[in-house]
Design a protein around this ligand. Structure first.
Ligand SMILES: [Zn+2]
Length: 81
């Protein structure tokens, strides 16, 4: 019971708006992969917390890391098919 409540709290947090470390806009960040967030406004992609971007230190991803994210997304698309 306690766990369900915790998960709900996490989901609510995920839906909230967060400030983009790049353009400073208050936006609904997209979680594109585990711990990877993207700003829908400027397209800035960065690594943050696994569940919420709260712990973001504004770390931009290196090109190799972004490639890894793209590969992961492609894999997920395959799995959905
Ligand atoms: Zn942004």
């Amino acid at each position: 019971m306690g766990l369900r409540r915790k998960v709900t709290a996490i989901e609510v947090k995920q839906r909230g708006k967060h400030r983009c470390p790049s353009c400073r806009s208050l936006v609904r960040l997209e979680r594109i992969a585990f711990g990877i967030w993207r700003c829908p406004k400027c397209g800035f992609t960065f690594a943050g917390g696994a569940w919420t971007p709260q712990t973001i230190m504004g770390k931009a991803l290196a090109p190799e890391e972004l490639k890894e994210v793209e590969a992961q997304k492609a894999k997920w698309k395959e799995a959905v098919k």
